[in-house]
Design a protein around this ligand. Structure first.
Ligand SMILES: *[C@@H]1O[C@H](CO)[C@@H](O)[C@H](O)[C@H]1NC(C)=O
Ligand SMILES: *[C@@H]1O[C@H](CO)[C@@H](O)[C@H](O)[C@H]1NC(C)=O
Ligand SMILES: *[C@@H]1O[C@H](CO)[C@@H](O)[C@H](O)[C@H]1NC(C)=O
Ligand SMILES: *[C@@H]1O[C@H](CO)[C@@H](O)[C@H](O)[C@H]1NC(C)=O
Length: 355
């Protein structure tokens, strides 16, 4: 055979191997042991459906909420019957079978942003201990059949640090000194991503896997997977905080239906030791903070099987020291536009013989 004759089958074989590897199913339990997350917990669900007020009381009594309260959208939470009882969630067969009520989230027609529809709560793993530096959450989510994705919306993830109000809702650009958040988002046509409020240190915005939004969060791995409506989907999100705090060796990874979808290294998730991994950030709504994100009808998602794993060990990969100058990029660019402006004004003035 000619060398070319060998090359093409070899290439096809390599591609087939890669494809098989990428479709490998890895259950959350297996990931937890791979990442040495030895302790675990889960969010209790009731054994029967509940009225809205009973749903609120159940969550407040059993989910270890930050400041003991649901932050937003308590009227949009209800424990209801599984809307898709006949279809198993895709993924590894070793996952625990879900049974009983699921948590329905309502997004009223026209709603967008956290205070108009959907819900937001912060469930602390342990209200009296904050020593976890790595955390993993796994949960199942279903969207109504025919869900209209519009432009996108937030979905549950993890958060940490002593400030339970920062790092979301278009708050100030995050410097990592008192919080981080790593939620998920759906985007147009159900494309998925990790959506993080973290410092954008060491030029990560230039990474091809990352989209930096001018004022709010950072999108990681947009479109690496897509949510399916009308059925259950399984999400597993891993976060290992950077350590020491001035080295960008933090790591996030996401599995969709137990298949690896996103990994991102070289992140600075915190700039202070007071920021540790706190727990589940159940934050979900359409948006976005303007009406172009609004849902055109009353829509729902359904959540179940929240499980958390943790470790007191942070990321131990190598990473670069955070380049202090990188934080001045905003200033650099405004200096640049000031000089550009000065040059243009000079050119215009001298053209008209005024200088
Ligand atoms: C790094 O952390 C992983 C768990 O994420 C662990 O399995 C591994 O042994 C650690 N390596 C070193 C050199 O400590
Ligand atoms: C919370 O943390 C404290 C202090 O480390 C520990 O004693 C307690 O067992 C933990 N509680 C749970 C539910 O893990
Ligand atoms: C944003 O920063 C300002 C000035 O530092 C502060 O007063 C304000 O509380 C911050 N807002 C949020 C939501 O963190
Ligand atoms: C949603 O609200 C808009 C504006 O009020 C209205 O025109 C539309 O008919 C509503 N859609 C549904 C499905 O009720």
């Amino acid at each position: 055979m000619t060398r070319k004759g060998l090359f093409i089958p070899a290439l096809c074989y390599a591609l087939a191997v890669l494809e098989a590897a990428s479709a490998q199913l890895v259950a959350a339990d297996t990931l937890a042991s791979q990442y040495s997350m030895t302790t675990s917990t889960s969010m209790p669900f009731p054994s029967a459906t509940q009225s809205n007020s009973d749903t609120q009381s159940f969550i407040v009594s059993n989910w270890g909420l930050s400041r003991g309260r649901i932050q937003d959208g308590a009227p949009d939470l209800d424990f209801v019957n599984d809307p898709f009882p006949n279809d198993a969630t895709p993924g590894a067969s070793s996952n625990p079978k879900a049974s009983g009520p699921v948590l329905q989230i309502t997004y009223p027609n026209g709603s967008y942003s956290h205070d108009t529809g959907g819900a937001q709560l912060y469930s602390l793993w342990n209200t009296s201990d904050s020593s976890l530096l790595s955390m993993m959450v796994s949960y199942e989510i279903a969207f109504d059949s025919g869900f209209d994705w519009v432009q996108g919306g937030k979905l549950p993830g993890l958060r940490g640090g002593p400030n339970p109000d920062g790092c979301s809702g278009g708050s100030n650009v995050t410097d990592g000194s008192d919080c981080f958040s790593t939620r998920l988002m759906w985007r147009k046509q159900g494309e998925g991503e990790i959506y993080a409020y973290i410092p954008t240190s060491n030029g990560i915005c230039k990474d091809s896997n990352i989209i930096c939004n001018s004022d709010f969060g950072t999108s990681i791995g947009r479109g690496e997977f897509s949510f399916a409506s009308g059925q259950w989907n399984r999400i597993t999100l891993i976060v290992q905080l950077n350590n020491p705090v001035n080295v960008a060796n933090g790591f996030v990874s996401l599995y969709y239906n137990d298949v690896h979808a996103i990994s991102q290294q070289n992140l600075q998730l915190r700039s202070s030791d007071v920021v540790t991994a706190g727990g589940l950030y159940l934050s979900t709504f359409f948006g976005g903070n303007d009406p172009s994100w609004a849902t055109p009808n009353t829509a729902h998602t359904y959540l179940r099987n929240f499980r958390l794993w943790g470790s007191s060990s942070p990321s131990n990969s190598t990473g670069s020291k955070v380049n202090a100058a990188a934080r001045l990029t905003g200033l650099d660019s405004s200096l640049q536009s000031i000089s550009l402006c000065l040059i243009s004004v000079t050119v215009v003035l001298s053209t008209f013989g005024l200088l």
